[in-house]
Write a protein that binds this ligand. Structure first.
Ligand code: SF4
Ligand code: FES
Length: 163
């Protein structure tokens, strides 16, 4: 899965600047949206020299080359991490980033973690009220411990959920 940032995500980042952090080495910009992180640790495992939750800031964008960083960001299942190759990428090729919206929803049950939904879907609460989803992916809690249900907040790691 490619985690290249989409136009929709970029415009949402611009509107809600305080919900996203960005790290740039001039060649690639990595966006970090903490509320989407499901603590799968893929990024930490894939490129620990760049992604290290014990350090501040936790992303050291200068510790690896851009290609390896993009590959590591691509392993993030929730799109908490996305990247932009360079500003030209967006301004000179706007159409290349527009994707047709998928007709279907895909549900991927993550081992010991949430159910990831991508594609064309809506989420409703118990009263059938539509829950606004700002991104193209939703991580639904399976462990029961999340404090922001129905979404996963990473608590499955804290409680050692296995399934
Ligand atoms: S969800 Fe993404 S950002 Fe969060 S730990 Fe996993 S790979 Fe890293
Ligand atoms: S599955 Fe992640 S908090 Fe429950």
């Amino acid at each position: 899965m490619s985690n290249k940032v989409t136009k929709a995500e970029l415009s949402e980042f611009k509107k809600n600047k305080d919900t996203v952090k960005e790290f740039s080495n001039g060649e690639v910009t990595v966006y970090w949206k903490s509320d989407l992180c499901i603590h799968s640790a893929n990024c930490l495992i894939r490129l620990p020299e760049v992604f290290n939750s014990k350090k501040k800031p936790w992303v050291n964008i200068h510790a690896a080359n851009s290609k390896d960083i993009m590959k590591a960001v691509d392993t993030c299942p929730s799109r908490a991490l996305t990247y932009l190759k360079s500003t030209k990428f967006v301004t000179s090729k706007p159409r290349a980033t527009v994707k047709m919206k998928s007709k279907f929803a895909r549900v991927h049950i993550l081992k010991n973690g949430p159910a990831l939904i991508t594609g064309n879907f809506i989420v409703r609460d118990a009263d059938k009220k539509k829950i606004q989803i700002e991104n193209e992916v939703a991580a639904i809690c399976r462990c029961g411990a999340s404090k922001k249900k129905p979404f996963c907040d990473g608590s499955h790691q804290r409680i050692g959920f296995t399934d």
